[in-house]
Design a protein. Structure first.
Lengths: 224, 204
């Protein structure tokens, strides 16, 4: 089985200028993935499927990941000029102070594809990733259904649960939730509806939500 | 006005059968409870196993599983009820002809079970329809389903024909149809049917 670097080299040779990056996976499984540019992703996918060396003809899994906006705060040493009185004489002096600077790295939605080769049957999955521009309005990605048919239902699931819109999908509608449902349940900021009236062994987040109903319980109990 | 048991047995030895209308009526009803083909998830496999040769459910009267709700008496809710499926379950229950009974089989049908915190799981079908027997288990063994069926039969036996305790189908004022929940934007509307289910009060 080719390593990630070899596959990347093959893609660069087969689809020039495709802009594929390697996302390393530091865990012991070492399943490094290839980050595709959404513009050229369909060409790269067709190459991966049709190349006689790789022959990645089986898409076994499509899943989504929700990366939230990250706030990164760094401590920066800043020097600026300050007018101070030193020994009775007014001077401008350089003073250095530590400032905490915060900036927000915008979040995105990511779709991960796992590919195997049934023709070669030579080992572990090739993992592809595609990222949207942001989590709110720019959530379009190209669909892989025309290349691997098994993407049809799985991309519908990613659309339903994460909100990623797949361009070119033949039938993009919700698959697990119902048609009029408004949220995307697998996103990090999804709030479940409030049906926690009876939770016998609640803990952590569920406990905080169930507690609002406990006060009603206590009132009922005292009223009896 | 029941007949004394000892007297019944003595008369029975002599070949004389004494009974009341309630006993006869209920005996006929409980000996031929026909369930509906209604399996949702893994508990349905256990239900199928209960109808097969080893733990035969037919010897208790559940001779045929009717596919149509109009012809069935019993609905065994076996499996997780998702919020997407819940309106359909209530609609099928409404279409069953009275007298009708519901067995909630397995943890998922009772309260949502191991998937209780799922975004699409209804936390117990008894939020919308009245349930007669609950069977705990994940899945309950076929013997447990047989015991639930026998419990249901005992419950039917004990139902009086007149008076305060009479069952729903003999009471004109009892509701014959239960409102079907709508699939709203974030959850089912209403999240529970207040006349059928109220949250158990737990003293902490």
């Amino acid at each position: 089985m080719k390593t990630v670097e070899e596959i990347r080299a093959a893609i660069e040779a087969g689809v020039p200028g495709a802009g594929v990056e390697i996302v390393p996976n530091p865990g012991p499984a070492a399943q490094h993935s290839l980050l595709l540019d959404p513009e050229r992703a369909v060409e790269v996918a067709i190459f991966l499927r049709d190349d006689p060396e790789l022959a990645l003809d089986f898409l076994s899994n499509v899943t989504g990941v929700d990366w939230l906006d990250k706030e990164i705060s760094e401590k920066v040493k800043v020097t600026h000029q300050v007018t101070k009185t030193v020994n009775g004489v007014e001077q401008t002096v350089d003073e250095s102070a530590e400032e905490v600077r915060k900036h927000v790295v915008p979040g995105y939605l990511e779709v991960v594809y796992h590919l195997y080769s049934m023709a070669k049957k030579d080992g572990g999955p090739v993992v592809l990733r595609m990222r949207t521009r942001n989590r709110t309005d720019k959530v379009e990605l190209p669909s892989m259904t025309s290349i691997w048919r098994s993407a049809e239902f799985q991309e519908r699931e990613v659309f339903d649960l994460y909100g990623v819109v797949f361009k070119g999908h033949p039938d993009l509608r919700r698959i697990l939730m119902w048609e009029g449902f408004k949220d995307h349940p697998m996103r990090r900021d999804y709030v479940e509806p409030d049906d926690f009236e009876y939770e016998p062994t609640a803990h952590d987040a569920v406990l905080t939500r169930a507690k609002t109903h406990h006060e009603a319980d206590a009132a009922k109990g005292e009223g009896q | 006005m029941a007949v004394d048991e000892q007297l019944k047995i003595e008369l029975g030895k002599q070949g004389i059968v004494v009974t009341t209308l309630q006993e006869l009526y209920n005996w006929g009803r409980r000996s031929s409870v026909w369930p509906m083909n209604f399996g949702l998830a893994c508990c349905a496999i256990e239900m199928i196993a209960t109808t097969m040769a080893r733990y035969d459910l037919a010897r208790f009267g559940a001779e045929v599983f009717r596919p149509s709700p109009r012809q069935a008496d019993l609905m065994i809710i076996s499996g997780t009820v998702t919020k997407k499926m819940a309106p359909q379950v209530v609609r099928l229950y409404n279409q069953m002809a009275e007298p009708r009974y519901v067995i909630a089989m397995g943890a998922c049908a009772i309260s949502g079970g191991p998937f209780k915190q799922g975004y699409n799981v209804l936390k117990g079908i008894d939020r919308y329809i009245p349930v007669d027997v609950h069977i705990p288990g994940c899945p309950p063994r076929p013997e447990a389903l047989l015991q639930a069926f026998i419990t249901l039969q005992k419950k039917i036996d004990a139902q009086p024909l007149t008076g305060e305790e009479r069952p729903r189908f003999l009471d004109e004022k009892a509701p014959g149809e239960f409102p079907v929940p709508e699939q709203g934007e974030h959850d089912l509307e209403p999240p529970a049917n207040k006349s059928v289910w109220s949250a158990p009060v737990v003293i902490r």
